[in-house]
Design a protein around this ligand. Structure first.
Ligand code: FPP
Length: 229
């Protein structure tokens, strides 16, 4: 098990069930992020990708977006040193240029500082949409062709993957989604072609280390065939 990707869903419903503002659900969700990171380190997982903010999330009320960005900044401030100490590399994927300057500054600084760490890579999908990622890759390949660096015959699956945000990251083995919803929601469409999917009923703020271990156990029971017999 090299790579786990998670769609952290249900923060809003978790808050609503408790009569709390949605932002409280996100705050509780950030606690689950901390738990899951520790559990992945314990399991020796090399890559953990978290869907923290989608391209579509920009359509939410301004106050909720602001609360999410503040949570992210706080998380980055708190974790920067610890990530480095634990030899973890941080990588952000998505349309990072759309994020507030304060968040971009933090991401840039921590990514540069942890670039050589190799015990685990924490991938944060921020302002991320898989269709946008694929379109972005198509544009960059078209430009390479116009510049005479490649010809259409050179375009293979591997070359295409090299133009995605995840160029240096292996595909997820396991995709987990919480809150019981059975949707992909524009997440890693190219990369999850052969990932095993585990849907967990719990809302994300209730997701604990034991739930991650259970999902990995479920993964271990499955027989992956990659389309072969
Ligand atoms: C989905 O729940 C979750 C999000 C849109 C944000 C996820 C963010 C965090 C868990 C906290 C910050 C992240 C980090 C990395 C510290 P939803 O709001 O769509 O829930 P709903 O479907 O119940 O409304």
């Amino acid at each position: 098990m090299k790579h786990i990707a998670i769609i952290m869903d249900g923060n809003g419903r978790w808050a609503k069930e408790r009569g709390l503002p949605r932002a409280e659900g996100h705050r509780a969700g950030a606690e689950s992020v901390r738990e899951v990171m520790d559990a992945c380190k314990e399991l020796g997982v090399k890559y953990l990708t978290l869907y923290a903010f989608s391209s579509e999330n920009w359509n939410r009320p301004e106050a909720e977006i602001e609360a999410l960005m503040t949570l992210l900044d706080t998380f980055l401030d708190e974790k920067a040193e610890e990530l480095d100490k634990q030899n973890v590399r941080l990588k952000a994927i998505g349309q990072i240029e759309r994020l507030p300057q304060s968040t971009r500054d933090r991401l840039e600084r921590i990514q540069a500082h942890t670039a050589k760490n190799d015990s685990m890579t924490l991938v944060l999908a921020l302002s991320y949409g898989a269709r946008e990622e694929i379109t972005h890759a198509a544009k960059s390949i078209a430009q390479a062709a116009i510049d005479g660096k490649i010809s259409p015959e050179d375009i293979t699956n591997d070359l295409f993957a090299q133009h995605l945000y995840t160029a240096d990251i292996p595909d997820p083995d396991l995709l987990i989604r919480t809150s019981g919803e059975m949707r992909i929601s524009n997440f890693l469409l190219w990369q999850i072609s052969y990932s095993e999917i585990v849907i967990v009923k719990k809302m994300w703020p209730d997701f604990r280390q034991g739930d991650l271990f259970a999902a990995v156990e479920e993964f271990n029971k499955r027989h992956r065939r990659f389309g072969a017999l």
